[in-house]
Design a binder for this molecule. Structure first.
Ligand SMILES: N[C@@H](CCOP(=O)(O)O)C(=O)O
Length: 466
């Protein structure tokens, strides 16, 4: 499989190349040169497979040429063997129509583990093959940070620098990152928002001095391998719900558009998906873009759903590129003008292409609390506030009620105990697998929200390229 950049001028790479590169050298995001498509018979053959085997079948077309099928199978077995539920991503029924897809049974209690547990192993495999090393630079609004740290802490040949917006993640989220004590882990709290952190990460990939000295790598969903691994749970859930006989719809709480873009990829591969509902909080750039074509940033408003407090959604570029005719030069120009004006209008073809599968709903804080209460009172389920954003959107959907609607339950409720308690009166307990989180000592550095400060910190602490 060959991968091309959304901005058209970076060299095409194979799967190993894109996994280690993270972001393309022209600032774009990598995508497969064409979508692999399964036949109905191939999809029917996947029904009932254990998760690791299903993951091997679904991801094989993307990795072929860089791994053998047996190598991929072994990595999937290792990655998904660490999950606390045998099904890895179990479905829970809420009522006749509404379902939850629980994605939080990994080590750090959020959907990010599904991809990052595998990505850690992919890095190890490719780096030892090349006898090389990697300086990972990542940004998190709460969940990616701990999942990435868990995946690479203590691994040979990898340093990780994780930026989080100071004071804007939950206590559990922060502690999950800052209590991980391994010499290759560097947590940095920056002044500013997640968008500021994400912008610094992307800037470092374009900083010739840094890329000349270090092998810079990515763990955010700008890295194609992240999205690829997230495609699998759409297959797992849709097949369980009989998607070969009736399509399934999904409501996806999202900030960086990666999780829902993985659903789009599943649909391109032949999975019968009726609709993807993009669920946002009041930081609603995606909702405005999909409903009015208006992709303009505003100030980030801190909410009860901090992981989604994002105004610049990296993966939206992948959708615009794919729906807009895959014109790299036009995409590069559109992004240049967005970066200058902090605003852009979607083209007609981008709007039409997106509307074939996507719709969107925005949830304010009251609606989030109501959805939390709805799940508890109607189905006896305690959900996290991000999942509640998705559930609010799922309940608002006007789709044919015979189509099952699956809300992605992206995080464990115990990551956000205060909000859950405010809505339901119940304070969820942390599962024992996170251990004595509140007894452990924290360690992190604080830096101003300035690129130069982050660059100097990385320069001082990272190992030079090998
Ligand atoms: N919501 C994320 C933000 C980063 O998103 P990613 O999917 O690109 O890693 C978080 O919790 O950190």
């Amino acid at each position: 499989m060959e991968y091309i950049s959304t901005r058209g001028s970076a060299s095409a790479l194979d799967f190993e190349g894109v996994t280690l590169a993270g972001l393309a050298s022209d600032g774009g995001l990598y995508l497969p040169a064409e979508w692999p498509r399964f036949s109905e018979a191939q999809i029917a053959d996947m029904v009932g497979l254990p998760y690791a085997e299903l993951a091997t079948r679904v991801m094989w077309p993307f990795v072929e040429g860089s791994l053998t099928e047996e190598e991929l199978r072994s990595l999937c077995q290792q990655a998904y063997g660490r999950f606390a539920h045998k099904a890895v991503t179990p479905l829970v029924q809420l009522d006749e129509r509404q379902w939850l897809l629980e994605l939080f049974h990994g080590p750090t209690l959020a959907f990010k583990d599904v991809a990052l547990q595998l990505l850690g192993l992919l890095f190890e495999t490719f780096l030892s093959r090349r006898q090389s090393n990697l300086t990972i630079i990542g940004a998190t609004s709460g969940d990616t940070g701990s999942a990435a740290i868990d995946a690479v802490a203590g691994r040979e040949g990898v340093d990780i620098f994780m930026l989080h917006p100071k004071g804007r993640v939950s206590d559990v989220q922060r502690r999950q990152m800052t209590t991980a004590r391994a010499p290759n882990v560097h947590n940095i709290a920056i002044e500013g928002s997640f968008d500021d952190a994400q912008a610094m990460v992307k800037r470092m990939f374009g900083d010739a001095d840094m890329t000349g000295r270090f092998n810079i790598g990515a763990v955010n969903s700008i890295n194609w391998a992240r999205l690829m691994a997230q495609v699998v749970y759409y297959f797992a859930s849709a097949l369980q719900l009989g998607a070969l006989h009736r399509p399934v719809a999904y409501s996806v709480p999202t900030g960086n558009f990666g999780d829902v873009f993985a659903g789009y990829v599943a649909a391109q591969m032949g999975l019968p998906i009726a609709q993807l509902v993009v669920a946002t909080n009041v930081n609603d750039i995606l909702h405005r873009a999909l409903s009015d074509g208006d992709y303009s940033t505003g100030t980030v408003t801190p909410t009860d759903t901090p992981s989604m407090d994002i105004q610049v959604s990296s993966n939206f570029e992948r959708l615009l590129f794919d729906c807009g005719g895959r014109d790299g030069a036009a995409m590069a120009e559109q992004i240049r003008s967005f970066e200058a004006d902090k605003a852009m209008q979607l083209t007609n073809s981008q709007r039409e292409g997106a509307s074939a599968l996507f719709t969107s709903v925005r949830a304010d804080q009251q609606q989030v609390l109501q959805a939390l209460r709805w799940a508890h009172e109607n189905a006896g389920e305690v959900i996290d506030p991000h999942t509640a954003v998705g559930l609010h959107a799922a309940l608002a959907s006007e789709l044919d009620p015979s189509i099952p609607m699956v809300t992605l339950a992206t995080a464990h409720p115990a990551k956000f105990p205060d909000v859950v308690e405010r809505a339901t009166g119940l304070r969820p307990n942390l599962p024992s697998r996170v251990g004595d989180l509140f007894a452990r000592e924290e360690a992190y550095s604080e830096l101003p929200g300035k690129y130069d400060a982050v660059r100097d910190f990385v320069t001082q602490h990272a190992s030079p390229a090998a």
